[in-house]
Structure formats: structure tokens, C-alpha cells
Design a protein around this ligand. Sequence first.
Ligand code: IVH
Length: 697
Amino acid sequence: MPQSQPPELAPRASELREQLLHHAHRYHVLDAPEIPDAEYDRLFQELQAIEEAQPELRTPDSPTQRVLGAVLAGLTPVRHTVPMLSIATERDTGEASARRFDARIRRALALGDADAPVEYSAELKFDGLAINLRYERGVLVQAATRGDGETGEDVTHNIRTIGQIPLRLKWLALPSAREMGGSEDAPEVLEVRGEIFMRRDHFERMNEQQRAAGLKTFVNPRNAAAGMVRQLDSKVTASRRLSFYAYGLGDVRGWELPETHSATLDALAKMGVPVNGERAVVRGADGLVGFHAQIGEKRAALPFDIDGVVYKIDARALQQQLGFKSREPRWALAHKYPAQEQTTVVRDIDVQVGRTGKLTPVAKLEPVFVGGTTVSNATLHNEDETRRKDVRVGDTVIVRRAGDVIPEVASVVLERRPADAGEPFDLFKRLGGKCPVCGSAIAREEGEVDWRCSGGLFCAAQRKEAILHFAGRRAMDIEGLGDKLVEQLVEGGTVRTLPDLYGLTADQLAGLDRMAAKSAKNLVDALDKSKRTTLPRFLFALGIRHVGEATAKDLARHFGSLDRIIDASEPQLLEVTDVGMVVAQSIRLFFEQAHNREVVGELRRLGIRWEESDGTADHTPKPLAGKTFVLTGALPNLNREEAKERIEAAGGKVAGSVSKNTDYLVAGEEAGSKLDKAREFGIALLDEAGLEALLAS
Ligand code: IVH
């Protein structure tokens, strides 16, 4: 039998080389990767495997042969005195990897079964970018990126804006600088190496702001951090919140290092350098496995992204004994966790209705394992962002799921868009202008990024929220109708609409979870009691968008009756103090929906009532008309709400902060800055007794 020819791998190898070079450039130089790391790794490993099988295909310029990264024109190159190495990475997330590493180390150190376990410094693998901070005589003189490991870029101007990074080391704060080696003076040279990163909350907030401003968002915290650090204009960097943790040293002159890596990090911490506390000195393979598992549990709750943990032999003497293999120390290992980004395909784009009526486009995905779970839905945030990213049905996208953040579509891999991909996303068209849950009209107000369902209390998606709002203390004030109860009532189908509430019987309620006969009876009484209300409370309770308590009061005062409000035209609504176009339109939209009018009618039939007036005459005395009050501190008898109601009933206004237009500051115990400000402006001060006197005047 003739020997079969090996498959022709040369074209594939060259294709992979080109692709890897392209993606490495996008990643390292442009800070705009097109594929997630996991995808890059797969390509990289495929090339490695080919080169392993056919070594003659290994070219000197293959990405497998060097550490990638290039110097951007615009930043000054910095040659590292001590090269910045990388670390051997174990992508297999199981515990066997940690055990293999320990076994390898023991072999290399010629340790037998009778020898003690090796001690390791176990740390987090921060997912940001490496930085070298050069301190001379304790003063920060230069900060440089890793670049290709030999030559990085000078980013001192940006790094100086990061408040966490000390500009001067607290050398003399060490228990004994002399004992730590060296003199009383800070060492001639001390290079601190660590990771610059962006916390997830800062990243989310930054993207939130970008979104609100209609600007491009960042794919992940690491790209955002990298972009910030390599900014040419340090003002941009300063406006973002970057963080730093040290994990090692570079060039050191004039300091005798502690004997272990962990003690070195302790010393750095004492010098005022940020060192993360989630680290431990562990013993042997079991110690490594335990640490990997323990941090794996905590990963989602950490305030920043990590992509793994790092194990390092703790004793420096042993590190030196093992030395390096090409560009990696033999004494360290990065042990990964499941990737937080993956590529997958968009099957469809749906729109979800939130509990407040907000409409969110959601990508329906080919299920993909990311961030430790299988994801088949990912948020697209809003219409503008969907268009900015240009996500279409059929597209291959990068999905990101980190921590407890909802999975999101981070970006589209445009190169993989099929010829039959869908149209650019148009939310109104997609929904035919109607809420997918209740069919009410949808609207997007000027200057707002979100479309909303106008169904409010009618829309099933908003039911729970609408009922809770309706029952609230400042609305219908139905005592005992809380979160858990509403959830049961709505989910069990007992309550679909607000009027259903008033049909609840004590027997029905007593059958529910955590509901005793007594509390069931109390709730029925509370419901009954709530029927006697005021027009402002009822209006507010309806949950009309933009109609808060103050607007409800203004409307009630102006129109006097609910029917006049329901029938009011936009121009008529605009006559009310403080009612502008947005509010007027929202009120019109609400009452134009037939189902909303039906609910209101039904509630009235069920006995909800209030005093109405003709809308012109209000005969109660208004001694505080035209006066503005600010409340601060705790009053002895009245709570905030009561004080506010009393002042408003007497015609006064209550504002949130002190200004030149404030007439009185009502100050109780522990009044703070408002009191200082009122004194500064020379505003009249009242205590509770003073307020009572004024109300009685
Ligand atoms: S030690 C000689 N420790 O991971 C070892 N690196 O390839 C030098 N990283 O570029 C690195 N957390 O930016 C080390 N606790 C940690 C780390 C860490 C993140 C990054 C670092 C480096 C890459 C390793």
C-alpha cells in the first residue's frame, strides 16, 4: 500500500499567519480587535499545531515566534532595561493543569515524594495592560507600556493622571528601610511592574455616557483602558477612571530584594503601591487547585475583569534556579477561566419590554458558552447603539458576559457578514409602532435614547411595577401591598389590572405564601381605606410618564376635576404651571389609549373617590403662598413627608436645595451643609415650632 501524502498544510499555515498578524495589529496597535481573544487563541493554536507537525513551515516571522505588539507613531519608544516577559498560559480551565504545573516544577527542582510541597504565590491575572513604572530615588520618572517586550511606549503623561499610582514611594514608611536592604534613601532605581485596568462599573458608566451622547462605545474594559493609556492627550485619560495593581519588579538597583515574591509585594504595598489583596501563599498542587476554585467562585463579584489566576514559585532562589525558557519564566503559570467573550451568530433581533415600559432590542443568538454559562440572548441596549454597531440578523458578533452584567453584543465581525444579512435595525418598523406585549402605541421622546410603551398600567410587562407604584405611600397608600405579594398576585394571574386589586377577598389572600388570616384581613381593610383619596394622589398613582407628585398637584389645582384633565387638549395642558411640551404630550398619549380610560372608569365605579372643585376657586387659606421652603435634618415630631404635605397644603413650595430663592430653611437635628448654605445666603431659619407657628398664622 503506497504511503499516503501528508495533507497540504502550507497554504493554511500562511493564511493563518496573515490572519494572526492582522488581528494582532488590530489588537495591539489600533486597540480595535475584530475577534475575541478566545478566537485568536484558536487560530494561534491551529498554526502552532501545524508548525509542530511540519516544522519546515515555521517561518521566522510567524506570530508564534515572537511577542507581538508595535510602537505607535506619536508616542516615544522606550527600551526596557529588563525585558518585559510574558507568562506560560494554561487555557484548560480544569484542575489538572494546576497539578501538571506543580509536577513539572517538582521534576525541574528534582524534588522527590518525601520533599515538602513547593510554596507558590497565587495571584489574580488582571485583564488590562502591562505597565512599567520607573522610580529613581523614589520618584516616578517614567511609565512605559510593554510593547513587544523589548521596547514599549512612553506614556508617563497619562499614567501621572491616575491617582492610585504614587508619584513618590513612601520609602521611609517601611518598618526599616535599612533592614529591607539599601540605605535610608530610596533605591537608585526601582521599576514596579503591574497592570493598568478599568473597573467594570467605571467601564459601564463610561459606555453609558458614550451611549447617551450618541458616541461609539468600547468593546470591553481592557480595550477602554488600553485606549486611555495610549492617548496622546492626557486630559482624556484623566477624565476616565483607570486603576492599577502591581505584580512584580523590573530593573532594581540599590535595593536588596526580599527573599520571596510575596514579601516583595508586601513591601511594595508598604511603599504605597497598590497591591491587590486577593492573593495567597499556597502549598503544592492542592493549594493551587484550591486557589483557582476559590477565585473562580468570586470572579463574578470582583469589581474588575480577570481572565485567570497566576501561580509563581514564591522563593526567589528557586525562581533563579529554574530560570527562563525563551520569553517565559519556568517558575510561573497563568491558569485561565472560561472566556468572557465569544463569537456567535445573530438569529433574530427581538424587542423586550422592561418593567417601566422601556423597549430594549435584544439579539437572539446561536447559543454560545461565555463567561461560564450558555447565552442565547444579548442586549443591544437601544436603537441608536444597535445602528452604530450595525448589528443585523445573520451577523457574526462578539458577545460579552462579565461578572453579573447582562450579556451584551460588544461588536460585529463585519468581515463575516453574509450576503443575505438583514436590513439595518429600525425599532419602530420592527414593531409596527406597537408594544409587542400590549399593543399600545410606542413613543420616543425628543432627546431620549429609548423607545417606550405607552401602555403603563395596562401593559402586562409593566403590571408589577404599575401596581407597586399605584399602592405606594405617596400614591394610593395601600399598606401591606408589597413587592413579594404583588409578585405572587401578578404571577398567579389573580391581578391583571388595577381594578382587580379591589376585588381581592380575605380568603383569596389568606391562601397566598406568607399570608396569615390577620394580614389578609388587614390588606382588605387597607384597600378599602385607600378608596378615599385625593385627586393629586390618584393622578400620581396612575403612573403617567413625567407626572410626578408635584405635577399631579399642579394639574389637580388647575383643572379641579379628573374629567377636565382627561379632556384637556395639549394647549390647555400647557397652561398649567410647570407643564411643558413633553409632559403635555405624555398626558395626552396616556388618556388617548382607550384601555387607560377604561381602567380609570372602572376604578371610579369601584368606589375610588375624592373631593373635586370647579378648578377655579380654592377656598382653603393659603398663608404660605409664594414661599419656598427647604427641609433639612430630622424634626422632632413631623417626618419629611408630613412637613412637606403641611407646607404645600398651606400654599408653600418645598424645594430640594437651598438657593437665593429660598425663603425658609426648616432645620432639625443634624442639619448639614444646607444649614451652612442658608446661613451664607442669610435665609430665615425655622425649627419645627417655628414652622407650626407659621402654618397657624
Ligand atoms: S507576572 C515574568 N502577574 O499577564 C512574569 N502578570 O503574559 C511577568 N498579568 O503581560 C508577568 N496579572 O500584563 C503577572 N498577577 C500577574 C498578572 C500578570 C496580569 C498580565 C501581564 C502580562 C501577562 C502575562
